[in-house]
Design a protein around this ligand. Structure first.
Ligand SMILES: Nc1nc2c(ncn2[C@@H]2O[C@H](COP(=O)(O)OP(=O)(O)OP(=O)(O)O)[C@@H](O)[C@H]2O)c(=O)[nH]1
Ligand SMILES: [Mg+2]
Length: 214
């Protein structure tokens, strides 16, 4: 009887687990952000910023929310490591792409990488959130400026491609038009809970066809 009740209790209180990828160029602030998420949701202290080095491979962090567990994968953003990102695409339920909104010189490079994610077939129906990080930095671009910056970059790329290939499809631009962009500071924690809330809500509605409950 005890085992039956225990099994029933476990069945009723089990949590569904979802994987969230945090992607972006090296130095965008992904690991600092994940440390803040872990601190806010588990109560454990964040690693001090001066103890966070460039990620070689991945960092993971699990947080428990009502009836849900979010498992974050923070992947190293250096160009040599980006080639492994695609291995995670099939099993993820959401992607947070982070840009350093204060590093204007590297935004174009960040958009090139973002564009390759937008055009990945495995990511097509996965919720995608764009995070404009380092909002605490007085030199950072606002959410609206980040949107405009991407639009300008995209337009320039499209104009260049049209000259070479003629008119083509515009799927990525359509996806961007409906994309949510949120301003955060992983260092100070501003906007971090709003971003996690966004991911929490979206993953519930985006189960992959082969996902099993439990
Ligand atoms: N001002 C400010 N600095 C930040 C913020 N988040 C991260 N940083 C700094 O940005 C630098 C890079 O942060 P990381 O978290 O290591 O960046 P990353 O995206 O994980 O980099 P890789 O692991 O190389 O891909 C560090 O010096 C951080 O302290 C932020 O919100 N505001
Ligand atoms: Mg890192």
């Amino acid at each position: 009887m005890y085992h039956l009740l225990k099994g029933l209790h476990e069945y009723l209180t089990r949590k569904e687990e979802f994987s969230v990828l945090i992607l972006g160029l090296d130095g965008a602030g992904k690991t600092t952000f994940l440390e803040k998420v872990k601190n806010l949701y588990t109560g454990l202290p964040s690693l001090p910023p001066d103890k966070i080095g460039p990620t070689v491979g991945q960092n993971m962090g699990k947080i428990s929310l009502p009836s849900t567990i979010l498992q974050f994968f923070d992947l190293g953003g250096q160009s040599g490591i980006r080639s492994i990102w695609h291995r995670y695409y099939d099993d993820c339920h959401a992607v947070a792409y982070m840009v350093d909104a204060a590093d204007i010189d590297r935004l174009n490079e960040g958009w090139e990488v973002f564009d390759s994610i937008l055009s990945s077939p495995q990511i097509l129906n996965v919720p995608l959130l764009l995070l404009a990080n380092k909002q605490d930095d007085p030199g950072s671009l606002s959410v609206e400026e980040i949107r405009q910056n991407y639009e300008q970059w995209y337009q320039a790329k499209k104009d260049g491609a049209r000259r070479i290939y003629g008119e083509g499809g515009d799927d990525r631009h359509e996806r961007f038009a409906s994309l949510d962009v949120m301003g955060v500071s992983g260092l100070e924690g501003t906007g971090v809970q709003a971003a996690v809330d966004w991911l929490f809500i979206r993953v519930q509605n985006s189960r992959r066809p082969d996902d099993r409950k439990g």
